[in-house]
Design a protein around this ligand. Structure first.
Ligand code: GRF
Length: 217
């Protein structure tokens, strides 16, 4: 990592609330040097611009296939020389051109207690299944969807009769706590991936660190 701290690029397709939480939490150890998207109109890009953080987009329609789009995105990313790349609502599967250069330096946040409920519409599926617990997970990225070694989870108890929108808001609040926490560990040289194992404070992490909702205030 450079003397000026960990350089971070965030990739997302939409809203950018995790970007906002991360930008607000940045400190001497790390800073967001750019954001990127597959959507030119992603609110994430506008939010970054308001903070004078550069943004870029590479829209899939401009490329002949997934590989070419991935390669273009990877090339754009490289110009910012990130130490760490964060996915926050990036809604496209990444191929090897995007994953391999950033192996061990690529994190994702997912709105469920992985390995439960990979994929989309997690809140609806949790409610339909009658799950008592739900939450969010930060993990290192591997080629499989929403898999990869887990670092930290925010966990809550689902309330009886709770609506999707209330549950989603509660999970998002957890996300805004656990993502900056994981990034702080990484930037502070406390967290790394070694041979598919998460190492935190020099010890292998067998299970992710779990933060209860009640502690995220
Ligand atoms: C979050 O719920 C994240 O877990 C999921 O996509 C959403 C992104 O939200 N992967 P935002 O763009 O950060 O507001």
């Amino acid at each position: 990592m450079k003397d000026s701290g960990c350089r971070i690029v965030i990739l997302g397709s939409g809203r950018g609330s995790n970007f906002e939480a991360l930008a607000a939490a940045a400190n001497a150890d790390w800073r967001i040097v750019a954001v990127g998207s597959d959507q030119r109109n992603a609110p994430l890009l506008a939010k970054a611009a308001r903070r004078s953080i550069p943004g870029f987009y590479r829209e899939p329609a401009a490329y002949p296939n997934r590989e070419a789009h991935d390669a273009a995105l990877a090339a754009a990313l490289k110009t910012y020389a990130p130490d760490l790349v964060l996915l926050a609502g990036y809604l496209r599967l990444l191929g090897p051109a995007m994953i391999e250069p950033w192996t061990e330096r690529l994190l994702n946040i997912h709105p469920s207690l992985l390995p439960a409920w990979p994929g989309l519409h997690t809140h609806e599926r949790v409610l339909a299944a009658g799950d008592r617990e739900h939450g969010a997970t930060v993990h290192f990225v591997t080629p499989e969807l929403d898999c990869g070694p887990r670092i930290i989870q925010g966990r809550l108890t689902v309330h009886p009769g709770e609506s999707v929108s209330i549950l989603a808001a509660r999970v998002l609040r957890l996300e805004h706590y656990i993502y900056p926490t994981a990034v702080g560990w990484y930037a502070g040289n406390r967290l790394k991936l070694e041979k598919d194992r998460v190492i935190l404070d020099d010890r292998p992490l067998i299970n992710p660190v779990v933060i209860e909702e009640t502690a995220c205030v």
